[in-house]
Ligand binder design. Structure first.
Ligand SMILES: O=C(CO)COP(=O)(O)O
Length: 248
C-alpha cells in the first residue's frame, strides 16, 4: 500500500514572514489525514519554517540542491546544509529548472544520488512539452527522463524516490491533463520502473501528478488507481485551497 503524498511547491513565492504565516494556517491538516503532506519552500525560509512545523506532521522540502557537499559553487546550496536544517524532501529537476537554469538529465541524476546519500528523499519531476505531446512523443520523452534520472540508483534506494509527472503544458496554465490521461502516463512510468527494477519495487514507488491541481479537480485525480499524490504549485500558496486539496 502506497501512502499518498501531496506536496506544495511554493516556487519563488512568499518571504520568510509570509511563509511562516501560511504554514501556521495549514500545519494542522496533516494530523487529520492519511496523506503525507509536504511543503517545499524557498531556501531562505527553510530554517524558520522547520521550527514552525515542529510537533506537526507536515514534512519540509527544498526546491533544488547541488550535488557536491561543499566547494567553489557560488550561489549554490549543498546537501549537508539542507541536512542540518532537517528537511525530508528535495524537488529535483523541476521543468522550470530544466527550462531556465540548464538543468539536464545528467545533473538531475547527480542530485538524486546525492540526496539519497544524505538521507533526503528526492521528488523528481518529469514531463513533456506541448510540442512533444502533439508529436505523440510524450511516452518516449518521459521514459528517457525517468531512466536517466535513475541511472545507477539501487533498487533499495529507488523506493525513497517520489516521481512527479508534470506535463509542462499543464503547469500554471489552468489546463490539467485529464485524470485518465495523467493516470495512463503514470501507469506507463510505473512500467518503466518495473522494467528496470521489477514489479515488487515498482509497486512501492510513489508517483504524483502535477499541473494546475486545484480543489475542484483533485478528487478526480486522486481517485485514479496509479496516481499517488499531487505536486501543487499556485494552489499551495493559499491556505484554504491547499487544505481543501489535502482533504480531497
Ligand atoms: O509546477 C507545478 C508544481 O511543481 C505545478 O504548478 P501549478 O499547480 O501552479 O500548475
Amino acid at each position: 500500500m502506497r501512502t499518498p503524498i501531496i506536496a506544495g511547491n511554493w516556487k519563488m513565492n512568499k518571504t520568510i514572514s509570509e511563509g511562516v504565516e501560511l504554514v501556521n494556517k495549514i500545519k494542522d491538516v496533516a494530523a487529520k489525514t492519511d496523506v503525507e503532506v509536504v511543503v517545499c519552500v524557498p531556501f531562505v525560509s527553510l530554517d524558520a519554517i522547520k521550527k514552525e512545523l515542529e510537533g506537526t506532521e507536515v514534512k519540509l522540502g527544498a526546491q533544488n540542491m547541488h550535488w557536491e557537499e561543499s566547494g567553489a559553487f557560488t550561489g549554490e546550496i549543498s546537501p549537508l546544509m539542507l541536512k542540518e536544517i532537517g528537511i525530508d524532501y528535495v524537488v529535483i529537476g523541476h521543468s522550470e529548472r530544466r527550462q531556465y537554469f540548464n538543468e539536464t538529465d545528467e545533473t538531475v541524476n547527480k542530485k538524486i544520488k546525492a540526496a539519497i546519500a544524505h538521507g533526503i528523499n528526492p521528488i523528481v519531476c518529469v514531463g513533456e512539452t506541448l510540442e512533444q505531446r502533439e508529436n505523440g512523443e510524450e511516452k518516449e520523452v518521459v521514459n528517457e527522463q525517468v531512466l536517466k534520472a535513475l541511472e545507477d540508483v539501487e533498487a533499495e534506494d529507488v523506493k525513497k524516490v517520489v516521481i512527479a509527472y508534470e506535463p509542462i503544458w499543464a503547469i500554471g496554465t489552468g489546463k490539467t491533463a485529464s485524470s485518465e490521461d495523467a493516470n495512463e502516463m503514470i501507469e506507463y512510468i510505473r512500467s518503466t520502473i518495473e522494467g528496470k527494477y521489477g514489479v515488487d519495487i515498482s509497486e512501492e514507488v510513489r508517483i504524483q501528478y502535477g499541473g494546475s491541481v486545484k480543489p475542484k479537480n483533485v478528487t478526480d485525480i486522486m481517485n485514479q488507481p496509479d496516481i499517488d499524490g499531487a505536486l501543487v504549485g499556485g494552489a499551495s500558496l493559499k491556505a484554504e485551497d491547499f487544505t481543501d486539496i489535502v482533504n480531497f
